[in-house]
Design a protein around this ligand. Structure first.
Ligand code: SAM
Ligand code: DTB
Ligand code: SF4
Length: 349
């Protein structure tokens, strides 16, 4: 393995700035070279999202359609019944997702909610899917309960640099977020943590976010990089367009700094061309949110994604390794069916 593909936790701002300053083609080549030392470059991890509790969130995140501080016209919904969540998870599995991510618009889960949330984790796991949740802040006890129930990943984003953070959120601190990540790690779960670009942050803020993530004691296994979805009614609805090349640079630098992590091309794909997405994969992104809906906003249709994979000769990662025998058979049958529908790329051809 070459030296530039080794995991490091001592990145300096000057080094990271110099990566961003590379000519675009040099940066992409470097990112793709690092990527190939750790991953199959033609494989993409697919996670399907479900909002299990929607809207009326007490936090004031300026990008978020679910904050109760802004009027975005979103219909609020209470915590979804466990059986309905499991039904959605079954559909996600049949559609070919390998991970099911459940998100709640909470500051933190309430004690009365925990038994239901734990049941959801156990049920989704039994289906043979990887499990992920994003429920806001967690304390040590809640982290241990989720880990015991079998939760594989916890998503909690740092969102931006420590310097820009209070322009975006005032109701919880950067340190609160780092504390939650610490509890998740101590409980033995994998971390999914990333951020958003296109919120009016400077180039140094992008450097600052990536340094925070990469220099954590252990890098997050999953790093979602979201392009801001500008939602009417949020304070960021009129944010300026982000240059797509700058978005790709962010993915490429994340790939180089966190060579063993899955880097997720996250929110923002709905308005992105297929060609921009292909550049994102070239930059080392190897995970997407898959399914027509993110939490409350649109994502590309499954068929568009499957066609894109096919056109690029890429394959979705399957959760087969983690599934028990019955679930494995079901997943295999589902893949065969989709291959017969000729939507998947046939790697054996
Ligand atoms: N309430 C929980 C929390 O904030 O931890 C979980 C759900 S929250 C919607 C998860 C993440 O979605 C946020 O941290 C943010 O990075 C991302 N997100 C929310 N709204 C977004 C938007 N309009 N565009 C892009 N990403 C967004
Ligand atoms: C993440 O980084 N992005 C996802 C997931 N983690 C939970 C959420 C994106 C939300 C986009 C706005 C919405 O659909 O509400
Ligand atoms: Fe609430 Fe999460 Fe949205 Fe912030 S990002 S307002 S915490 S749902």
């Amino acid at each position: 393995m070459s030296n530039d593909a080794v995991v490091r936790n001592d990145w300096t701002p000057a080094e990271v700035k110099s990566l961003f300053a590379l000519p675009f083609m040099d940066l992409l080549f470097k990112a793709q070279s690092v990527h190939r030392q750790h991953f199959d470059p033609n494989q993409v991890q697919t996670s399907t999202l479900l909002s299990i509790k929607t809207g009326a969130c007490p936090e004031d995140c300026k990008y978020c359609p679910q904050s109760g501080h802004y009027n975005t016209g979103l219909k609020k919904e209470k915590l979804m019944a466990v059986e309905r969540v499991l039904e959605k998870a079954r559909q996600a599995k049949e559609g070919g997702a390998s991970r099911f991510c459940m998100g709640a618009a909470w500051k933190h889960p309430g004690e009365k909610d925990m038994p239901y949330v734990l049941e959801m984790v156990e049920g989704v796991k039994e289906l043979g899917l990887e499990t992920c949740m994003t429920l806001g802040m967690l304390n040590e006890h809640q982290s241990a309960q989720l880990a015991d129930a079998g939760l594989d990943y916890y998503n909690h984003n740092l969102d931006t640099s420590p310097e820009f953070y209070d322009k975006i959120i005032t109701t919880r601190s950067y340190q609160d977020r780092l504390d939650t990540l610490g509890h998740v790690r101590d409980a033995g779960m994998k971390i999914c943590s990333g951020g958003i670009v296109g919120m009016g942050e400077t180039a140094s803020d992008r450097v600052g976010l990536l340094i925070q993530l990469a220099n954590l004691p252990q890098q997050p296994e999953s790093v979602p990089i979201n392009m801001l979805v500008r939602v009417k009614g949020t304070p960021l609805e009129d944010s300026e367009d982000l240059d797509n090349f700058d978005f790709i640079r962010m993915l490429a630098v994340a790939r180089i700094m966190m060579p063993e992590s899955h880097v997720r091309l996250s929110a923002g794909r709905e308005t992105m061309s297929d060609e921009t997405q292909a550049l994102a994969f070239m930059a080392g992104a190897n995970s997407i949110f898959y399914g027509e809906c993110l939490l409350t906003t649109a994502n590309p249709e499954k068929n568009r994604d499957l066609q894109l994979f096919k056109r690029l000769g890429m394959r979705p990662e399957q959760a087969i390794d983690k599934a028990d025998d019955a679930a494995e058979t079901a997943i295999r049958q589902s893949i065969v069916k989709q291959q017969q529908d000729s939507l998947f790329y046939d790697a054996s051809a």
